[in-house]
Design a protein around this ligand. Structure first.
Ligand code: C2O
Ligand code: CU
Length: 509
């Protein structure tokens, strides 16, 4: 149980602050958007670039006028954006100054299982875990966050997350905006629930099967901030780092924007959209054309309007939106600059892959809703047993399964051959939307219910949203080893689902 995060043990009296029951008054946008610093590391004696990350607690102003106990990397909340040069040897030291054990996982990075920071790589309080590896994968906006078994939800919720920028010079070569915090803007979106004293509240309703959702929206750890940018092409790197909420990103006035990158790399060409749906852990880079908007104000918002024709959400899925529209970030456009920038017609080439092994199928299931309320009551009873029980994870009681198996660290669920390329088929048999994330690789979505995915998903991905009754096929190459004692994970990235059983382990050897 993170000291930073208050759990409401009774599961009651939170109705007044819970998002769905009573939305807060419309927020006033003020205060500059915080920009996480870029951390390039330091070249060590042995020509290995070294990074030090310190996980510790601190205090943050997440919302104007409130002081909140949070967790962060090298600071009170979130963490620096790591600049990871492709092809150079790295060493990363992760120091745990917290009062409990956790891990740090490099989400989307092609690193061996021993370096992946999954549930097996537990860093005890006061200890340091050292990672050494070289990244060789396309330029992309990845991220890092804790991954301890059964406690990933509260640990990320406490504030531990940061960006991991794999760089190989592609953005400069393409003439994309790349001035950090000026025209290249990180946008880490998270929802949080705070009590009147500013304390983070986690899972007030013991077990909302949808997962933890708050009613305040933080961008880079700050509610309702303002971003000042010049009147030119501007790049936003969107990361949905929320535990369980979907965002259907839009600009005020239904202004169009261009998607240039999916989770793990650039698209082949920019895709013009008016809405962009991102599930937890998904990323996208977008370009905004602000050239003619000097002096104007725009809002980056989430709304419930249709995403892509034919790919709308079921009401059970869209419950993730609370069926409402909300502003996330106010964008003030300043005067024009000398270099307006441009929109490239073409970005990168994405190779086509051929499978060379049999496909695998994964079926996602949740407990049926009627049984769910029983389970909920059982959990609420369990919660009365106090923090010791809680620190084992809200879960304890598996609720969500993959192939009718619940996460078990003692079980390897799948064994893959090193160097193989496989098609995985995921079917969502649950009553709500889920996500599916695979460690150690990037994949390409081949089809959603037999049809091509929307154009903005036509690139490298590592996490996907899967609606109820949907079947998705994707292909990936497994080029990094993962042994039995440090297997990779595949799981739902709605963190309370992951913590409650919806995860499996696989080896690559
Ligand atoms: Cu972002 Cu297995 O995690
Ligand atoms: Cu899920």
């Amino acid at each position: 149980l993170p000291s930073a995060v208050a759990m409401n043990m009774s599961g009651m009296n939170m109705a007044g602050v819970h998002g769905k029951s009573s939305p807060l008054p419309k927020p006033v946008f003020s205060g500059a958007l915080p920009i996480p610093p870029v951390y390039t590391g330091v070249m060590g004696r042995d020509k290995v670039r070294e990074f030090h990350l310190h996980m510790a607690d601190g205090h943050s102003v997440l919302s104007d006028g409130l002081k909140t106990a949070t967790w962060g990397y090298n600071g009170a909340v979130l963490g620096p954006a790591l600049r990871i040069p492709r092809g150079q040897p790295l060493r990363l030291y992760v120091h745990n100054h917290l009062d409990q054990s956790t891990t740090t996982h490099w989400h989307g990075a092609h690193v061996p299982g021993t370096m992946d920071g999954g549930p097996q790589s537990l860093i005890l309080p006061g200890k340091t875990w050292t990672y050494g590896y070289t990244i060789d994968q396309p330029e992309a906006t990845l991220w890092y966050h804790p991954h301890p078994a059964g406690r990933t939800g509260p640990h990320v919720y406490g504030g531990l997350a940061g960006l991991y920028l794999v760089e190989d010079g592609t953005d400069r070569r393409l003439g994309l905006p790349h001035h950090w915090g000026i025209d290249d803007i990180p946008v880490i979106v998270q929802d949080r629930l705070l009590d009147a004293q500013g304390k983070l509240v986690y899972m007030p309703q013991a077990m909302d099967v949808m997962g933890m959702k708050g009613n305040r929206f933080l961008i880079n750890g700050r509610e309702s901030p303002v971003l000042h940018v010049p009147a030119q092409w501007v790049r936003l790197r969107l990361l949905n780092a929320s535990n369980a909420r979907l965002y259907n990103f839009a600009l005020s006035g239904d202004r169009a924007f261009y998607v240039i990158a999916s989770d793990a790399g650039y698209l082949e060409a920019p895709v013009k959209v008016q809405r962009l749906l991102l599930a937890p852990a998904e990323r996208a880079e977008i370009l905004l054309d602000l050239r003619s908007l000097a002096g104007n104000t725009l809002a980056l918002r989430s709304d419930s309007a249709a995403v892509v024709p034919g790919l709308s959400l079921h009401p059970m899925d869209s419950d993730h939106f609370d069926r409402s529209n909300f502003d996330l970030l106010e964008i003030h456009v300043g005067s024009a600059t000398g270099s307006a920038g441009r929109l490239p017609d073409h970005l990168v080439a994405i190779p086509t892959m051929q499978a060379d092994a049999p496909s695998r199928r994964f079926e996602l299931r949740g407990m049926p809703m009627d049984k769910m309320s029983l389970a909920q009551r059982a959990l609420e009873n369990a919660l009365h047993n106090g923090p010791a029980q809680m620190s084992m994870g809200i879960g304890r009681q598996p609720l969500f399964s993959i192939n009718n198996q619940y996460m078990n660290m003692q079980v390897i669920n799948q064994r893959l051959r090193l160097g193989s390329t496989e098609i995985w088929e995921v079917y969502n048999d649950a009553e709500m939307a889920h996500t599916f994330h695979v460690h150690g690789t990037s994949f390409q979505i081949l089809s959603r219910n037999g049809k091509a995915p929307p154009a903005y998903e036509n690139g490298w991905k590592d996490t996907l949203l899967i609606r109820r009754a949907e079947t998705i096929r994707f292909i990936a190459h497994y080029g990094q080893p993962a042994p039995d004692d440090f297997p990779y994970m595949y799981h739902c990235h709605m963190l309370e689902h992951e913590d409650n059983g919806m995860m499996g382990q696989f080896t690559v050897s």
